[in-house]
Design a protein around this ligand. Structure first.
Ligand SMILES: O=P(O)(O)OC[C@H]1O[C@](O)(CO)[C@@H](O)[C@@H]1O
Length: 438
């Protein structure tokens, strides 16, 4: 295991009445045994594809090949897709420097653009400024029918055609969507295949928000030079305790889910705030928000996820976190940054009235801040669980993603909701299409 979870600062015995009682936690852990049995059964019968992914290697070569083809001669690679068709990829890409606050644009290699939000100004500017002949477009949609992705793809196609690149569309574009089956139409395929665009197949058994470790997330990761097998190996580390038939309290994902739901049910902690102390985990927190929200928010149930980044959000949300309503469970993620980064000159530190900064590294301060935030929250009666990753690499990130996917599935069992659908978002989509047509 390359990550460790600690829930001690979320217990009533440690922080007082706002913490989880032993009785409530034990009750939820007991109920989560059924979820673990279900996961083990689905792993054995292959009924939940997500659980096969950690051991899957058959698709690695096709992802590597596609990455190599896309990268050849490319100045820019544009990912078209939204929600789960983008966030997993962004999370992995950030490990290789994509969109790391402040320094993402300094990365070597092709520029990477994830156009996950639809905005006419951004997309218009992108198409105007991109060197289209050396750009590649990857259109990702499990269903093939998401309006935002179709709009982006059509606009990009038209721009390339207008730029005299009609004969090159097959080289410039790649699609990633479910295969057509049962006569069901797939709009993305209908749009791109007649132009000679090849497709990678979206795993039919893995929903968008759970697809970060399929080719949806692994393709951008491979383009950015990450070790995609190590991502899967990391995921196996999170799955191993589930499969090892351990009791729920020894399975980190079951313990996390039980803590969360026990605190929601017994102490009204209806908000789950994740605060990561690493720029490279900023997208991870956004990915978590979609995963938790779309999987659990059903039938009047669910808890509301919040993403925060440390230390910067100490200067933004922390006041509310510590002194606002007592409705949150905090998850603080720290990494082994002590001793890392630029070292501070002692003389300069004195002149800045911070003599104690002298001889310390930036990582020393960030490590101290992560620890201090968790302890301050706890001292103020706010339940906190901590995660520590010594290194943020492919193995630990793969483990982290799988941990949270398992935790979400187990939490859904505890709440009695279906983790894998999202019926409520369909209503707005239908109405938006009606307004557009009218
Ligand atoms: O991959 P698709 O089918 O384009 O869907 C994109 C996103 O839209 C949703 O279906 C609904 O918002 C998400 O669940 C999904 O990740």
């Amino acid at each position: 295991m390359s990550i460790s979870q600690n829930i001690e600062l979320a217990r009533e015995s440690a922080i007082g009445r706002e913490g989880v009682s032993d009785t409530a936690l034990s009750g939820a852990l007991k109920r989560s045994e059924a979820a673990l049995d279900w996961l083990r059964a689905r792993h054995a019968d292959g009924g939940l594809r997500l659980l096969q992914l950690p051991a899957e290697r058959a698709d690695i070569a096709s992802v590597q090949d596609a990455a190599k083809r896309l990268k050849a001669g490319a100045t820019d690679i544009v990912f078209l897709g939204t929600g789960g068709s983008s966030l997993g990829g962004q999370t992995l890409a950030q490990l290789a420097g994509y969109a790391v606050p402040g320094v993402g644009s300094l990365r070597d290699g092709p520029r990477i653009h994830f156009m996950d939000n639809l905005d006419p100004a951004s997309f218009g500017a992108l198409l105007e400024k991109l060197p289209l002949a050396t750009s590649r477009f990857v259109a990702i949609s499990k269903s093939g029918g998401t309006g935002e992705t179709l709009m982006q793809t059509m606009a990009a196609l038209s721009a390339c055609k207008a730029g005299g690149l009609q004969s090159k569309i097959g080289e410039l574009f790649l699609g990633l969507s479910e295969p057509v089956k049962g006569g069901k139409r797939n709009a993305l395929r209908d749009l791109l295949e007649p132009e000679g665009v090849a497709f990678l197949e979206h795993d039919t058994g893995v929903g968008g928000r759970f697809s970060g470790l399929t080719n949806v997330g692994l393709l951008p990761a491979a383009i950015l030079g990450l070790d995609i097998v190590a991502l899967r190996e990391g995921a196996a580390n999170a799955l191993a305790p589930v499969l090892a038939n351990k009791p729920a309290r020894e399975v980190p994902s079951a313990l996390g889910a039980s803590l969360s739901i026990a605190l929601a049910e017994s102490k009204g902690k209806t908000i789950s705030a994740v605060m990561a102390y690493a720029d490279k985990l900023e997208k991870f927190a956004k990915w978590y928000v979609q995963l938790w929200a779309e999987s659990l928010g059903k039938d009047g149930k669910g808890t509301t996820p919040i993403a925060a980044l440390g230390p910067v959000d100490q200067h933004s949300q922390l006041q509310l976190f510590i002194a606002g309503p007592r409705d949150k469970l905090f998850t603080v993620l720290t990494t082994g940054v002590a001793g890392k980064g630029p070292k501070i000159d002692a003389e300069l530190a004195k002149r800045a009235h911070e003599a104690d900064f002298g001889g310390k590294t930036i990582g020393d301060l960030v490590a101290a801040q992560g620890r201090a935030t968790a302890e301050t929250l706890a001292k103020n009666g706010c339940p906190v669980r901590t995660f520590h990753l010594d290194t943020i690499d492919e193995t630990s990130l793969g483990e982290l993603l799988m941990h949270f996917m398992l935790e979400t599935i187990i939490a859904a069992h505890l709440l009695g909701v279906d983790a894998f659908d999202q019926p409520a978002v369909e209503e707005g989509k239908i109405l938006a299409k009606k307004y557009l047509a009218g």
